[in-house]
Structure formats: structure tokens, C-alpha cells
Design a protein around this ligand. Sequence first.
Ligand code: SF4
Ligand code: SF4
Length: 214
Amino acid sequence: MSTLGEFVAREGVLDAIDAEVGGFITSATTAAKKAGKVSCTACKERKACCWSLVVARLYEGIRVASTLRAQNRDTPELRAALADAAAAMEAADPYGYRRPCVFLDAGERCTVYTGRPSACGTLWVYSPPRACNEPGAPIRAFIADAEQAAATALEEPFRQRLGLRKKVGRRYIGVLPRMVLLALDAWDREDFREVLSAYPWPTDDEAARWGRRG
Ligand code: SF4
Ligand code: SF4
């Protein structure tokens, strides 16, 4: 029997996922830059994109959890912050949520940057950065449909690889802090398959309320 942490390390589960997600981010970045001058690279504004509701797949939560464990950042304080943020996001209007991401530091930099979810890595805008912080301002953004579809397609092979139960009509997806918290909760458990399978995963319709965020 292995814990989740032992299983993903022994089986190299995250290596393939890292390569795939890295590929989505590279591909979207190249396409966005080809399509126009992106504003994000020189953005000096508050990172409104990191003060928004972020949806992630379970495998992306496990990637972030792996980084946090490797960096000795899995503390009771972090878990409490994740639980608080997860509850707030799950109760919020997805388009009205405005709170800093648990992983955003005081300098507005992402502290899990290399393991950030595809929803974060594929977001590029062409409108002026200040518009991102002005409610109702028009935003011109790159739409990473192909990359998001490819990221979604990874959910099922990942579920099979981990040996999680098939949930007909449901997806292993949720708000980012919830996905990371679930992964951390399961990290040292040998019954991680039961723990993760038992979570009330959203139906396709429930997940659709997040729109393009997932
Ligand atoms: S999405 Fe907006 S706030 Fe975020 S980095 Fe780009 S320009 Fe800045
Ligand atoms: S994970 Fe990183 S890039 Fe994504 S919202 Fe949080 S701080 Fe921003």
C-alpha cells in the first residue's frame, strides 16, 4: 500500500502531467503573442487575474500540493487559508469574486508559478492592464479553447492512472484551493483513492457555472 505522495513519486505520475501542462502553456503563450501585443508581460498593476476565482482539475491540485510538500509549505496555517478561500469561492458569483489567491505573495507574484494550473498559464490579455482592475471595463483576452480542451481531456487518463472510481457524469474538478486542499489531505493517506473518490465532485452542469474558468 502507498500513500498518494508515495504513489505519484514512485510512478512518476506528475512527470507526464508537467510536460503536458507545460506544453499547453507554451502553445497558448505562442499563439497569444502571435495574435497581438500582450499586456501581461509588462503588467505593473495589481494582478486582478490572481484576485479571481480559479478553477483547476484534481491533477493540477496534486501538482501544486507536490510543490508545497517539497518546499515544506504544508502548514496548518496554509490549510486553514485554503479552506477559507475554497469556501468563499464555492459560495461566490464566479464573475464577482475578488480576493487574492492564497499563492500570491505581497509583491503580487505567484509562489507556485512553475506548477500553476493551465487556467492561469494560458490567460493573456491585450487590453491595458489597468482595465483588469476596473469593473465593467472591456477586456480583450486570448481564448485558449484548444489548450483548455486538451487539459480537460487529461482528466480521464489521470483518474485511471490514480485508480479513482469512475463517476459517471461528474468531473474531477473544482476551485483551485479546494483541489490543493484535497490533495494535501490525501497526501499521506494509504486510502487516498477512497478519500478522493468520495468527494462530492460536480456534475458537468455544476462545473459549467464556472464558464471558461475550467
Ligand atoms: S491579466 Fe491583467 S492584471 Fe493579470 S497580468 Fe495580465 S494585464 Fe496584468
Ligand atoms: S496559482 Fe498563481 S497564477 Fe494562479 S491565481 Fe494563484 S497566484 Fe495567480
